[in-house]
Design a protein. Sequence first.
Length: 310
Amino acid sequence: MKNLLIILVGPTGVGKTDISIEIARHFNYDIISADSRQFYYEMKIGTAVPDDHQLNTVRHHFVRFIPVTQYYSASLYEKDVLQLLENYFISKHVALLTGGSGMYIEAVCSGIDDIPDPDPAVRQKYISLFREQGIESLRIALKLLDPGYYAKADLRNPKRMMRALEVCETTGRTYSSFLTQKKTGRDFRILKTGLVRPRDELYERIDRRVERMIDEGLEDEARALYGQRHLNALNCFGYNEFFDYFDGKTTREKAVELIKRNSRRYAKRQLTWWNRDKDIRWFHPDQLKEIILYIETRTPALGERAGEGE
């Protein structure tokens, strides 16, 4: 099996963008984004999309390629990435997929259960429930509709709970009944790497990045999207906090503080997700040479420049 997909994961703010570009330049790879927040064209500042220079330095896929009004899911992403790789591997034998969306990465590596798309009206119902009554309202509803999934769900993650509730109400079946956990074989090899920093260092970087986003105009970006705040794509930190500020539910100072806090909490959830996967080899972002050597020593069949076509 000659073709190889390298996975580079890491929590928000750890430095994946810079490191992935350095790796891609060294080996002449394209970058496949696995950050579901960066898929949407209108969400640039709040999702830390690579800047124009970075995007021009290395070819990126799945960055700002759909509008916020378009429905997209991990299962659609799986199909799109596999189709991309089929064509990509004709000329190059190694691709680099990087991002922070664990479910989307897992879908590419192992497949994802075929779960029906929810009714848009049902989706809006639970988004409104969360915004008006908070996360506890989702927990109560989930425990009632799907106690099996409730027992193992991440009850701190509103998006996961809303997804389960949407499926329950749309199909009349429990969400857990769709979760078969079947692994799908791939016709390419997978090498998993990850970036990690000490927690204090990571949290300081996250806080600084939020402040930089504010300086770059995150508030204006959120205000431009305020009229579409009901969309699932915008149900995420960095935007929700400003929407509450625009609604008069909080102060601007508090909104910024909550963006920092929710970003840190998201990073913690990401690490919890990936710590289950013992195949990931972890590095500090300062270890670029070690990362490159690790990749080179595991791609001997591809020659010195693993990304080049033959």
